[in-house]
Ligand binder design. Structure first.
Ligand code: FAD
Length: 568
């Protein structure tokens, strides 16, 4: 026709044109395809790093939908302590959060706490997953490891008895972590929920003193040991036996149980871990002037980073690279001075941290009325029969918490020694699964299949490069409000308040849902062949008769929950 123009004034002017009268569905363009997209959920970094195996992404998603009870119940499947972990867990789940590249990592621990707070006082019915069983399990120690193990076994229908040396349950969550970080009513509410599952608690029952280990072993079909680290390590300095040199755990225990304790005015707290931080911050609240001395630098301090920051903000000085070598007392046994030596850092030691080396001739003295040592704790395993294999640092167990004796299991600080509440919770649950398998004569599931714990680790972890940032707004992380510093050091009142509902919703919706499909419909909207459809009961279906393998759906998936494979 060349450049000739046609003016069409009515349908009669339309030139004769070939048209297809059949439907496009006869033309199965998918046969041209040499690549095939598919839905593949991948591991979000937060889920991979939760030591309790909690499904973080799913509970954030439930918060985002306003389903607070469902979110809380989801956590309770793996961890009976969301209110506690939401407050004290050093939140490894936030470490690799991909949101860190767009406004800061998602404040997961505050959202976990929100779910516990918003459901506070809600009395959920205990959930027995399986029918009642005849066998019983004796659990020694009511810390997070022991209680988590007892809870998981009770949910599986077992009769479970927890033997606890102290007059109250909770282990270090009660006697170590002070109220300004973890109020006791939160602890009590979560322990009550465990007990409501039929877990029997025998308090004031020290195994090895009030009842022998062998007696417990005879009474029960299996035993779990979760006795933690109760003994303070000694300083090894001259004068440590003076009356006013006290172990940190002992001081915290007395404060927690409201026992009488006479504190000096000027207190030197020795150590760089959580115990040292909590001792110093507690005695400050009781009117003393603490000062922390630590033999390495801030970088090597094992305490939770936020705790160090809060301690410094509260005005407590830290003498880094300082080691006490002698405590000088007067003839009445009272302390006068603490002699210290300055240190420098050498090559890394077995712990991976740089070894502190004393600088010759650098000795100096600090005036003090009291010294509190908090240089680490160790287990007290005197109750344990010699045929259970152990080392000075704890009981020897495999990846499931099994000792060398088939009916004895162990976990938490006394065995795996990871030193956090959430790790202890995870280890307690892992051992419960192993105990259940042992008692039922079932094969142990491979570690990777122990419910979600470890399972995710075999899946690909979604990285920042695999996220499609064009679909997300830059939104800043929401931080909690704290009591102003001058007031916070006047009492043991909890420092940080929880999120409001509006804050929780906003923060939860910042989650990218890395690798998991929240059904945003992007794949379906962008598919140029309309080959993707929603299917009742399942999320989406790709009709490969029409998919040409262009990969647009995969490229436009905001969170990498689709993949594509090349067909050979
Ligand atoms: P524990 O909590 O120590 O519990 C062991 C229980 O066993 C105790 O109740 C004990 O009385 C009982 N027991 C011991 N021997 C016997 C016996 N012979 N018979 C009967 N009962 C016995 N972790 C965090 O995640 N975040 C924090 O902020 C944090 N802060 C901490 C602050 C301090 C001061 C301390 C000391 C620890 C802190 N931790 C923190 C670490 C955390 O508390 C522990 O890692 C965790 O409690 C270990 O749990 P567990 O069950 O193994 O032992």
């Amino acid at each position: 026709m060349g450049d000739e123009k046609i003016t069409i004034k009515s349908y009669r002017d339309i030139p004769i044109t070939p048209v297809s009268l059949g439907r496009m569905s006869v033309n199965k363009t998918g046969s041209w395809r040499n690549a095939e997209p598919f839905y593949e959920e991948k591991a979000p970094p937060c889920n991979l790093s939760c030591p309790a195996g909690t499904d973080v992404v799913d509970f954030l998603h439930l918060i985002g939908e306003g389903k607070y009870q469902e979110g809380w119940e989801l956590i309770l499947n793996t961890n009976p302590f969301p209110g506690i972990c939401g407050r004290v867990c050093p939140h490894p789940c936030e470490r690799d959060c991909n949101r860190g590249n767009m406004g800061g990592t998602v404040n997961v621990h505050m959202l976990e706490r929100f779910l516990a707070d918003v459901n506070f006082d809600r009395k959920l019915k205990p959930r027995f997953i399986e029918s009642r069983k005849k066998q019983s399990i004796g659990v020694i120690g009511s810390g997070p490891a022991g209680l988590s193990c007892a809870y998981q076994l009770a949910r599986r229908g077992y009769k479970t008895t927890v033997y606890e040396a102290l007059p109250e349950a909770g282990g270090m969550m009660r006697l170590g972590i002070p109220d300004y970080r973890l109020p006791k009513d939160v602890l009590e509410q979560e322990i009550d929920y465990i007990i409501a599952h039929g877990v029997e608690l025998k308090l004031n029952t020290r195994v090895g003193h009030d009842i022998s280990f062998e007696e417990i072993r005879k009474k029960h079909d299996a035993v779990f040991i979760g006795t933690g680290f109760l003994l303070s390590r000694s300083l090894g300095a001259d004068g440590e036996d003076l009356e006013d040199v006290l172990p940190g755990i002992e001081v915290l225990r007395k404060i927690a149980f409201k026992d009488d304790i006479a504190l000096g005015d000027r207190i030197v707290v020795v150590g760089g871990g959580n115990t040292a931080m909590d001792v110093a911050r507690s005695v400050l609240r009781m009117g003393s002037q603490p000062r922390v001395v630590y033999r390495r630098s801030r970088q090597e301090m094992p305490a939770i980073a936020e705790e160090i920051e809060d301690l410094l903000q509260e005005g407590i000085p830290i003498d880094f690279l300082t080691l006490p070598v002698k405590v000088h007392g007067d003839e009445n046994g009272s302390i006068l001075k603490v002699e210290c030596v300055r240190m420098e850092l050498g090559e890394p030691d077995a712990s991976g941290r740089r070894r502190p080396i004393p600088i010759e001739g650098s000795n100096f003295e600090i005036e003090a009325d009291m010294v509190i040592t908090a240089i680490g704790e160790q287990p007290d395993l005197r109750f344990l029969p010699s045929d259970v294999k152990s080392e000075s640092w704890g009981i020897l167990v495999d990846g499931y918490g099994r000792t060398n004796l088939e009916d004895i299991f162990a976990g938490g600080d006394t065995a795996t020694g990871e030193g956090t509440v959430t790790h202890a919770v995870g280890r307690g649950r892992q051992a419960a699964i192993a105990i259940d398998s042992y008692l039922q004569g079932k094969d142990l599931p491979p570690c990777e299949e122990i419910e979600r714990y470890l399972q995710d680790r075999s899946r690909h972890m979604v990285t920042w490069e695999e996220i499609n940032p064009a679909y997300f707004n830059l939104e800043e992380r929401i931080e909690p409000r704290g009591i102003p510093i001058p007031q916070r050091v006047e009492s043991f009142e909890e420092i940080y308040s929880g999120f409001s509902e509006a804050e929780a919703l906003k923060e939860a919706q910042r989650c990218f849902s890395c690798g998991t499909c929240p059904e945003c419909d992007n794949c379906l909207i962008f598919c140029p062949d309309a080959a993707i459809s929603r299917v009742p009961g399942s999320r989406y279906q790709i009709n490969y008769d029409y998919c040409k393998g262009c990969g647009i759906c995969v490229a436009e998936c905001p969170r990498n929950s689709m993949s594509i494979k090349v067909l050979k």
